[in-house]
Each structure stands twice: as C-alpha cells, then as structure tokens.
Design a protein around this ligand. Structure first.
Ligand code: AMP
Length: 285
C-alpha cells in the first residue's frame, strides 16, 4: 500500500482563511467546507471525501464550540485530539485546516445570537435549550468567514442539517449545503466523537438505539399506532440499559413536526443517555 502524505495548510485567523479562500477563488477554484468539532472518525472522513469530489479546495474546520454546550454538558471533556486529527486530515488530502481559538471566534463583547425559531425548539431543542442557538451562531459565523461554495454536513445530526438549510435560506448565505448519509459501525452504531466516552458495556447498549429505530420504522410501516410504538421503544431502551431516554419521535423530515401518521418524507429520531453520554440517531421510514 502506498502512503500518500499531503501538504495540509493550518490557519487560525479569520484574515488568513479569507486570504487563502480569496486567492483560490481568483483561480476559479471551488471551495468545499466541512465544519467539525474534531475527534475525527469515519463519519467525518465521509464528509471530507465528498468535499474532495465536489470542490477543488477542501477546507475542514475544527472548533469545539462552547456556545452549543449547556452548563452541565460535556464541553470541558469533549474529545480534543489535535495531533491525531491533523494526521487524518493530511492522509485524506484535505488542503486547509481552519483551527481558530475560542477568543478569535468569541472576542470580548461578542453578543450576537442566531436563532432559528421553530426548528431550535423541537426534538433535541426541548432537552438542550440553548444548543441550537449555539449551532446556528457558529455555523453562520464560519460560513461568513470561509465563504465556501459548498458546505457539507451529516444526516447523523439531522435536526442540525434542517436548521442549517433554514438559516442559509433565510439569511441568503451564498453556499450550497450538501448532506451525507450516516456512517455506522458494523453493529449499526453511528460513529460519533462521543462514542469514546462509552465503556465496553455502554458501547454494546448504545448499538441498540439504531436497532430500536429500525424496529420503530418497521412497525410504523406496518400501520401501527405511532405514539404507542414510540412509547414502547422508549421502554425497550430503558430495559436494555439506557440510563434515560429523551425522546423517540416520528417526524416530518422537512418541518420536523411530530406525525401521527406516516407521510412521504418521514423519519424517526431518537436521543438517549448511557451514563452521562448522550447519543442521537435518526433513520428514514
Ligand atoms: P461534529 O464534529 O460532531 O460536530 O460533526 C461534524 C459533522 O460531521 C456534522 O455535519 C455531523 O453531522 C457529521 N457527522 C458526525 N457523525 C457522523 C456520522 N456517523 N456519519 C456521517 N456524518 C457524521
């Protein structure tokens, strides 16, 4: 096997990233951007592959965004694996890593919030009250800073994807949002940076979120009562060993409104805890 080492440009300031992007655009290069919080895994790598397919210059950002974590959440322990991540970016042919520090993203006196009013209050938003304001604000900032032609996001965080589509449309941000399917381990567990928090037992329990979503999708397709099916799924997850379940809900994939009967574009969403580790997933019905 040949090992291709690649020259990765690492920049940390807005001016630097803007200069690089502008000079690439002057050469008619298309910019494809993958925002991440690091702790890179195969899910992120699939987005990076997509960025290389659609664009000429592939830019990845790594920024663990404090604004999207609640006070009792895992910001301080969120995986930070700079060296490992840089190696992965090099090996996967990324051209630029944008790696800003907290003060350059949120300078003193920063006070703007982006709020996507309906979407931020459903599903995970009910349980993480300020989370999506944090997501919407950082993604808006990053898109304005990088000004890519394409921005690539995973369906794993489906509510986030819907929120970003909405804000890009509402704010006329000139970028094409591209979504990529969820990449899973062999047993179905969606790759997530937070999976590293799980013990061996926890890791086994976690894989049951996906199987339970498959089960819900199957029962709903057969015409069962959606609310009963979701209630039973919550109980099944608790019985299997999840510490708590935030929700299992069947929703319209565009508006994210809860459905009591299956429509053209329907998905089932779930979020549950194993100890302090929150995992989320969703699939199409
Ligand atoms: P994160 O670093 O967790 O903020 O994720 C950065 C991007 O990777 C987001 O667009 C996620 O939806 C996407 N992503 C995370 N996990 C997966 C996965 N298992 N499959 C596909 N995309 C993913």
């Amino acid at each position: 096997m040949t090992f291709i080492s690649h020259c990765l440009d690492i920049v940390s300031s807005v001016n630097e990233i803007r200069d690089k992007v502008l000079s690439a655009k002057k050469k008619n290069k298309k910019i494809a951007f993958v925002p991440t919080m690091g702790g890179l895994h195969k899910g992120h790598l699939s987005l990076i592959r997509k960025s290389k397919l659609v664009g000429d210059v592939s830019i990845v950002s790594i920024f663990v965004n404090p604004m999207q974590f609640g006070p009792a959440e895992d910001y301080s322990v969120y995986p930070r694996e700079e060296e490992k991540d840089i190696k992965l970016l090099e090996d996967n042919g990324v051209n630029i890593l944008y790696f800003p520090d907290k003060d350059s993203i949120y300078p003193k006196n920063f006070q703007t919030e982006v709020s996507v009013k309906k979407i931020e209050n459903t599903l995970c938003g009910k349980f993480r009250p300020s989370h999506f304001k944090g997501v919407a604000t950082i993604v808006t900032k990053l898109l304005i800073q990088v000004m890519p032609d394409y921005a690539i996001f995973g369906e794993k965080d489906y509510q986030q994807l819907v929120l970003i589509n909405q804000l890009v449309s509402d704010l006329n941000i000139p970028v094409k949002v591209i979504s990529c399917p969820t990449i899973r381990e062999d047993d179905g567990l969606a790759f997530s940076s937070r999976n590293t928090f799980l013990s061996e037992d926890g890791r086994y329990i976690a894989s049951n979120l996906y199987s339970e979503l498959l089960n819900v999708a199957d029962l709903v397709r057969r015409g069962g009562n959606i609310s009963n099916i979701c209630e039973k799924a919550v109980q099944n997850l608790l019985d299997i060993g999840f510490s708590s379940v935030d929700y299992i809900e069947v929703c319209d994939a565009i508006s994210l409104k809860k459905l009591d009967k299956i429509e053209d574009n329907t998905r089932v969403f779930g979020a549950a805890y194993i100890g302090n580790t929150r995992i989320i997933d969703n699939i199409i019905i």
